[in-house]
Design a binder for this molecule. Structure first.
Ligand SMILES: C[S@@+](CC[C@H](N)C(=O)[O-])C[C@H]1O[C@@H](n2cnc3c(N)ncnc32)[C@H](O)[C@@H]1O
Length: 209
């Protein structure tokens, strides 16, 4: 089954996953994640979903604001760090860490007022399945904000190191993503804009109430 295949792709064992730890500083906390939470603006009592949450920088911030957050993450190492980190939060009762992928979200339909993803869109193997999942899990009136840094933009400070990184993953085209979301009944806009001082690809969408 396609969903099982996505899970399997990330079930690579502990040693193979330790490469994430090389980037621990950025994955622990980043201006981009802070800016994304400002854009998504989770409110107290709202149910939030962080897709590809990693070590949970955005999930922790959103819970601090009073939202109930499900951090969905396929990597066992990332989930372990996120779960340990959760224990040190005053807001830990509002944070749940779940194994899952964008293409097969472990939450009920209509259960999410606000969904976001930071630097994760290019990892989703099947964009069609992922966006159908987002349309399913959002509640009427719910919103989403997806942000991926645009390393192909010459203005990005890490352009030299990371340009072309989507070639091995899934290309991110904000216009086609927003068109797919509109086809699923959402109001959606894709833009290239600065987020936290770096060029980024941004998709915003709302499910009609
Ligand atoms: C570049 S990291 C970003 C993590 C976090 N959002 C951040 O900004 O620090 C991308 C994350 O997406 C996760 N990921 C990979 N494939 C995924 C999928 N199909 N669905 C959801 N998340 C996925 C990876 O395990 C990784 O934690």
């Amino acid at each position: 089954m396609a969903h099982e295949q996505h899970r399997h792709d990330h079930d690579r064992g502990l040693l193979a996953e330790l490469h994430w730890l090389w980037k621990i500083r950025k994955f622990w906390s980043s201006d981009l994640n802070r800016a994304l939470v400002d854009l998504a603006d989770p409110k107290p009592g709202e149910r939030g979903l962080d897709v590809g949450a990693g070590m949970g920088p955005a999930a922790m911030l959103a819970a601090k604001r009073g939202a109930h957050v499900v951090a969905v993450e396929p990597s066992a190492v990332m989930r372990a760090v996120c779960r340990i980190r959760r224990l040190f939060q005053w807001s830990r009762r509002r944070i749940t860490v779940e194994c899952g992928v964008a293409e097969d979200l472990p939450v009920a339909g209509g259960s999410t007022e606000v969904l976001w993803a930071a630097n994760a869109i290019h990892h989703w193997v099947d964009h069609g399945l992922a966006f159908a999942e987002f349309a399913r899990v959002l509640s009427p009136g719910g919103r989403l904000v997806l942000v991926d840094e645009d390393y192909d933009d010459l203005e990005h400070p890490d352009h030299a190191a990371h340009a072309g990184h989507e070639a091995d993953l899934t290309p991110v085209d904000v216009d086609s993503i927003s068109a797919v979301l509109r086809g699923l009944g959402l109001e959606a806009v894709g833009r290239h804009e600065e987020v936290a001082g770096v060029p980024a690809k941004v998709v915003r969408a709302t499910k009609p109430a």
